[in-house]
Design a protein around this ligand. Structure first.
Ligand SMILES: Nc1nc2c(ncn2[C@@H]2O[C@H](COP(=O)(O)OP(=O)(O)OP(=O)(O)O)[C@@H](O)[C@H]2O)c(=O)[nH]1
Length: 394
């Protein structure tokens, strides 16, 4: 009897054990497979699509419970573009002389051919004056140059082509004034960088000039930080960033509409931290009101001066805009102490005489000229090379 009870108990226990095992094993196999699709699901995939794609994996997952998860592959950032080493600034105008001669030569040639004419009568002198005015020399300077030539031709008593060329050369040169200090002050003061503010109306080539100037300085062995204080147009900061990256210069920028003065301040701070020699600050040049412009540029200057000193305020002018450009230049000169002028797009106009007029009107030297859209088409202005290009015989 006892023996029978023991056998029955053993049988029941065995039955329960076999049944339990059959129920538990399939459940364990499903567990990890349920989790796996979660890891592998591509972000943003729709629920339906994901299920359809991942179903076969689920089945696979069920048999490969112990398989290690695939390692997460970090995206490899694209390699940084190589840093360029621009050519030094010395002799750039000579290198770009052909371009200058091409755009300005018409003006020089017309003057030379008139001066070589058989009869130098009143009409011829008037024509000479007209040509000078058309080349944007300005009425006062045009009259003075004509009178100067007239007197010297009379005194000399000859009109040999070479002599006449020399006379014209010295007359033009005297009006461009080769003795003006045209150096751009970019040397640091101890541990403080030099600060160059670039001002001017939008579209004249201001941002391009800031970028090209950074290349000039780097090409001459210096180091630069660029401040994108033209926060009015987001593309200007983008543009400056590209210029900076090409020569390995840091670019300080903020969101569109940010306070330009705070960008300038941060740029100078960065310049000090990095031990940079020069900080170039590109500013916005909206001319809606003179007071607005004065407030904005004045504030940028004041804020910069908390950290360092402003060494240059370069006014950028588009040489092709003639009298209109000159009017804008006067407004800038009234609101900020301009220390130098950059004439851009000299490759696109025969009116190179603007150099004489703008210097005369503003009493500030032209320090740099833009002669093309290429990155190294900005040159220190050299009066002699300029006049020689005008008078070059093709
Ligand atoms: N041909 C020629 N084009 C130039 C020269 N300098 C600048 N440019 C072009 O002029 C255009 C305007 O230049 P930007 O530098 O964007 O002008 P900006 O004054 O900064 O204008 P904002 O960024 O709107 O303030 C660009 O297409 C430049 O490539 C130059 O010396 N010659």
């Amino acid at each position: 009897m006892d023996y029978t009870i023991v056998v029955i108990v053993i049988f029941i226990v065995a039955l329960v054990a076999v049944g339990g095992a059959l129920l538990v094993v399939p459940r364990r196999q499903v567990g990890p497979a349920e989790k796996k699709p979660e890891v592998g699901r591509p972000e943003g995939s729709s629920g339906e699509g994901a299920t359809a794609v991942l179903e076969p994996e689920e089945a696979e997952g069920a048999t490969a419970v112990a398989e290690p998860e695939a390692p997460v592959v970090e995206p490899v950032p694209p390699p940084a573009p190589p840093i360029e080493m621009p050519p030094p600034s010395a002799g750039r105008l000579v290198r770009l002389r052909a371009r200058l001669a091409q755009s300005q030569n018409v003006f020089g040639r017309s003057l030379l051919s008139l001066l070589a004419s058989d009869r130098l009568d009143e009409d011829t002198w008037e024509e000479i004056e007209e040509i000078l005015i058309t080349a944007d020399v300005g009425v006062t300077s045009a009259t003075q140059i004509t009178e100067g030539l007239r007197t010297r031709v009379r005194v000399l008593g000859t009109r040999d082509a070479d002599e006449v060329r020399k006379l014209l050369r010295s007359e033009l040169l005297a009006h461009i004034n080769p003795d003006l200090d045209r150096s751009v002050r970019t040397e640091p003061h101890g541990d403080r960088p030099a600060v160059v503010m670039v001002v001017g109306v939008n579209g004249v080539g201001k941002t391009t000039t800031a970028g090209k100037l950074a290349r000039v300085i780097v090409g001459d062995g210096g180091s630069v930080v660029l401040g994108a204080a033209d926060t009015f147009r987001a593309a200007a900061a983008e543009q400056l960033q590209t210029w900076g990256e090409r020569v390995g210069a840091s670019v300080v920028r903020k969101e569109e509409g940010a306070d330009p003065a705070s960008v300038a301040f941060d740029a100078v701070t960065r310049g000090i931290e990095e031990g940079a020699g020069t900080v170039i600050v590109d500013t916005a040049g909206r001319l809606h009101t003179k007071t607005g412009l004065m407030d904005e540029l004045g504030k940028v200057k004041r804020v910069v001066e908390k950290k360092s000193q402003v060494d240059e305020v370069l006014l950028v002018l588009d040489a092709t805009t003639g009298q209109n450009g000159l009017r804008q230049a006067r407004v800038f000169a009234e609101v900020v102490n301009v220390t130098g002028i950059v004439l851009t797009k000299m490759d696109g106009t025969a009116k190179g005489g603007i150099i004489i007029q703008v210097q005369r009107e503003l009493g500030v030297p032209v320090k740099l000229v833009g002669l093309g859209e290429g990155p190294d088409d900005l040159a220190p202005f050299d009066p002699e090379a300029f006049v020689d290009a005008i008078l070059e015989t093709p």
